[in-house]
Design a protein. Structure first.
Length: 262
């Protein structure tokens, strides 16, 4: 008598709700940078603590909300962790990842020690960070693995404005590589439900942090301000920050007729 073998259903992703109202970024007296404060009695704190544990112990990837789209996140400094992003998404290896930071000091820690941020970038950072603007910087291969940069000499970095994403990065003290949280070829998700339908039901990710709908809803603008010899800005990908917005932010101090954005 033969016995029927039934397959166990694949484990599904866990969804944890996060409330941006439980998170505060404040600047204390004597400190140059904002510090992140999460209500320790909130479900948001528990969710971010759980996500931080996955990033560090299980090495991700997991799903986070940003102001642009939901992101599939893993530690940007860990080549094994970031490799899982590519396999989970089915993403080509020649497509570099954007690194997300929570503070200026975290940005500096990822750059070559001898590199000085140009004045054009300082203006853009002041105007649009945290926010949907990604800047290209020289890559330091001792800090950012080549799988993140796809072997290029530059690394794309931004500081997200979504409180949940920024709080997780600050809480875990981990810069995150995070492309859109969708299978390659599918639309970028702007709600946790979109991620669930694509990656969650099949258990491709252990955790989805639900921070509500993305308020920008399109990918970040990607800018290159280091490749041109004259230091001019090139927009590599349009997105949440417009060319007009950047021109306005960069116009201060320029001679009449100068156009820093191309």
């Amino acid at each position: 008598m033969s016995s029927k073998v039934t397959e166990k259903p694949a484990p599904q992703s866990q969804i944890l709700q996060c409330n941006a109202a439980d998170i505060l970024f404040e600047r204390s007296t004597g400190l140059e940078e904002e510090i992140c404060v999460i209500d320790p009695a909130s479900h948001t704190y528990e969710a971010i603590e759980r996500a931080s544990s996955i990033l560090k112990k299980d090495r991700g990837p997991l799903v986070i909300p940003t102001e642009t789209v939901y992101g599939l996140a893993a530690a940007a400094t860990d080549s094994s962790a970031t490799e899982k992003i590519f396999t989970t998404k089915g993403r080509p290896a020649d497509n570099p990842l954007i690194v997300h930071v929570s503070s200026r000091s975290m940005l500096t820690s990822l750059l070559p020690p001898s590199y000085s941020i140009p004045s054009s970038y300082e203006r853009l950072i002041k105007a649009f960070w945290p926010g949907p603007l990604t800047l290209l910087f020289p890559a330091d291969p001792s800090k950012i693995p080549s799988i993140v940069t796809a072997g290029q000499k530059t690394v794309a970095i931004r500081m997200p404005s979504h409180p949940v994403a920024r709080a997780l990065i600050a809480f875990s003290q981990t810069p995150l590589a995070a492309p859109s949280a969708n299978s390659s070829g599918r639309p970028s998700p702007t709600k946790a439900e979109h991620v669930w339908d694509d990656l969650g039901k099949s258990g491709k990710v252990p955790l989805i942090l639900d921070g509500g709908p993305c308020n920008v809803g399109v990918e970040s603008t990607v800018v290159d301000g280091i490749s041109a010899e004259d230091g001019s800005i090139r927009v590599l990908r349009p997105g949440g920050v417009t060319v007009e917005d950047m021109k306005a932010a960069l116009s201060e101090g320029l001679a009449p007729g100068e156009t820093p954005v191309k």
